[in-house]
Design a protein around this ligand. Structure first.
Ligand SMILES: [Mg+2]
Length: 252
């Protein structure tokens, strides 16, 4: 069984904003401007989290909250979400940034936070109710489980160990895209399913030759857009917490 991490195992909204804000402030010269980013998680950031694929996009969102003529500020988060890919591309161009440098600045902010005060960093994350117990219980069912995330593997490992969870394997963004990793895993063993909270990722997985029959589960408790639950294609099942808690044999 394969599990995504953010939005499936752990709610890290507080940390996503904290690290993105730190990273953004190292990239943008806020000293020269009169504005700065709020300490509390902005509503626009929260609303756009379901659109996020890679961590660097969160740093870009933080920056767009600062840029006076950004469409995020002028038109609001819902309009931004409706045209998310194009808006992200335009924002990268407006700032003259590359995704790799944003990802590095995010991970640098995280490395620093872990080094300075590991327990404060950990405390910005909360496991979703019942998930830790359920994962721990998979071993009793004789099922091994794997974590597959677009987060950095080192940070994910820190969090998993703080929750006393030990998956049989862990793959971060360094290991390649999720469909690539799933294909490698599927060539080695029978995969029981993939639990993820980003619908677009599940759709990409199902459209990947060799993965079309992988049971895909959309975690209902994760970072979903309001419309994500509706008209799910065949092959993607909405997984509610009650179903998660039940034995694997009775999953949809
Ligand atoms: Mg996720």
């Amino acid at each position: 069984m394969v599990f995504d991490f953010d939005g499936v195992i752990v709610d890290g909204m507080g940390e996503y904003w904290w690290s993105s804000r730190q990273a953004c402030m190292t990239l943008v010269d806020t000293a020269s401007g009169s504005e700065s980013l709020p300490v509390e998680v902005p509503e626009a950031f929260r609303l756009l989290r379901p659109c996020i694929h890679y961590g660097w996009e969160m740093v870009l969102l933080a920056a767009e909250l600062l840029r006076p003529d950004s469409p995020l500020r002028l038109q609001g988060p819902r309009a931004y979400a409706a045209d998310y890919s194009l808006r992200s591309q335009q924002a990268l161009e407006a700032w003259g940034w590359q995704p790799a440098q944003l990802q590095e600045s995010l991970e640098q902010a995280r490395r620093k936070a872990v080094a300075v005060d590991r327990s404060a960093w950990l405390a910005r994350h909360r496991p979703f109710p019942g998930v830790v117990e359920r994962l721990a219980g998979l071993a009793a069912e004789g099922v091994d489980w794997v974590v597959l995330t677009t987060k950095g593997a080192a940070f994910t490992a820190e969090l998993l160990s703080s929750l006393q969870l030990s998956p049989s394997e862990l793959y971060g963004h360094e290991s390649g895209s999720k469909p690539e990793v799933l294909l490698r895993l599927a060539s080695q063993r029978l995969l029981r399913g993939f639990v993820e909270d980003r619908r677009a990722t599940l759709e990409t997985v199902l459209a990947t030759p060799g993965l079309a029959s992988l049971p895909c589960y959309l975690a209902s408790w994760g970072y979903l857009k309001p419309e994500d639950r509706q008209s799910l294609p065949r092959g993607i099942h909405l997984l509610e917490p009650e179903a998660l808690a039940s034995p694997l044999a009775s999953w949809p």
